[in-house]
Design a binder for this molecule. Sequence first.
Ligand code: MN
Length: 280
Amino acid sequence: MKSITQVLDYTPFIKTLHPSLCGKVDIVGDVHGCFDELSDLLDMMGWVMGEAPDDTADPITLNHPDGRHLVFVGDLTDRGPASDKVLRLFVGAQQNNTATCVMGNHDWKLARYLVGRPVSVRESSQGAIDQIEALGSKFITRVLSAYKRAPHQLILPLPPLHPYADAGSLIVAHGAARTHRQGREDRDTFERSIYGYPTGEVDDSGNLVREDWAQSYDGLRPVVHGHTPCKEPRIVNRVICVDTGCVFGNALTAYRVDSDSFVQVPALTNHSSNDKYLIA
Ligand code: MN
């Protein structure tokens, strides 16, 4: 987008949620432009969304009557039908301080593209880029300033009755947060937080193979992540995956921290021809 001269002035950072939000948090898996499913999921959890007409660049407001906070595990856009509306909600909710998005690999790539960095745009991202550019440079600036406030790790306090309360806090990262990477703001940690651990191999479906780092996790602190679609929300060694591949036709999932429970809506459509992507 040549009219944007702004540089992406982003420094990796950790955010810690205010103790007053202890447990009052809903963590949503990879949305990838599936706005309708997101809207239904938020509605089920009592969130109140403002008007969201099509074809405007207006931010969409989001509030919860109980003062809850929404956390996106990252990957707001790409592949799905309405990346623009998901970003309008992200911008609106961030303005009200009712949501935080941890940086995902798709978010990072989009942000770099929008400031004119040389990134290779896949077909699966082009639709999102077209939608966002159609909303104009002011909207793009809003998206970039929202992403500038997206940490690569988010730490949130755990309420005393939570099953993992002995850890004191929970950490959210898009890809991975092994014990020795938690709470670090260096570049390597940023990369592992958003990309996880690709092995360098490609599977039969053409997807990058990623190490299943949860299998060897031995930390006390629970980690909630996305990035790797699972058929069902998965808990392994206190590592909770909330990416259930909505854009691949499966489901959109949220983890409610205080009740230690999952809420799901089924996907409306499979936006990919690839159904081997989901880990059983
Ligand atoms: Mn993803």
